[in-house]
Design a binder for this molecule. Structure first.
Ligand SMILES: [Zn+2]
Ligand SMILES: [Zn+2]
Length: 172
């Protein structure tokens, strides 16, 4: 029971954090923001490094918003299982590093690839698709967030276009 609790808390932390990060940060950021695309989809993937170069604290703040969902519920998860909370955070961080391995140098072994496909976990190969084309492969950790995220993306784009059109008509 003890082990199951640790595992479940870690899993829920990652599920909730990836959900919030995808729908409230990542997708809106592609439509309305600019820093995620410049930093995360450019050659320099570190918000810290980029903020130091540009001396723009907003960049750092933007990077912080992306990871905030991972920290929001720590007190709650901690009260259920501190070990599970730590495990979730460690796994989340390891996944960030893993999914950003360069696909030139890294190829996920077939058994792991099959396992990830079964468990709907994003592989470096899949995440690379998103870096190449921001319309594809959403869900930083879980692939089942991809479909609803892309619907959310087109919905937000339509809102933005309508807003821009109304501004245009207002100007005219
Ligand atoms: Zn990425
Ligand atoms: Zn992105």
């Amino acid at each position: 029971m003890f082990v199951v609790k640790i595992f479940l808390v870690a899993l829920f932390l990652l599920l909730i954090a990836d959900f919030l990060s995808t729908f409230l940060y990542h997708v809106p950021e592609h439509v309305f923001g600019k820093f995620h695309t410049i930093v995360h989809h450019g050659t320099n993937r570190s918000f810290v490094r980029y903020a130091l170069i540009t001396k723009n604290p907003l960049v750092l703040f933007n990077g912080f918003l992306g990871v905030l969902p991972y920290f929001l519920f720590i007190p709650w998860f901690w009260s259920i299982s501190p070990l599970g909370t730590v495990l979730g955070l460690v796994l989340g961080e390891l996944h960030v590093l893993w999914r950003h391995l360069s696909t030139n140098k890294w190829q996920t072994p077939k058994p792991i690839l099959n396992l990830c496909n079964c468990l709907c976990i994003t592989t470096p190969e899949r995440h690379w698709l998103h870096h190449q084309n921001a319309d594809l492969a959403y869900g930083d950790i879980f692939t089942f967030y991809d479909r609803p995220a892309r619907s959310w993306l087109s919905f937000l784009w339509s809102i933005k276009r309508k807003y821009e059109q109304s501004i245009e008509t207002f100007k005219a």
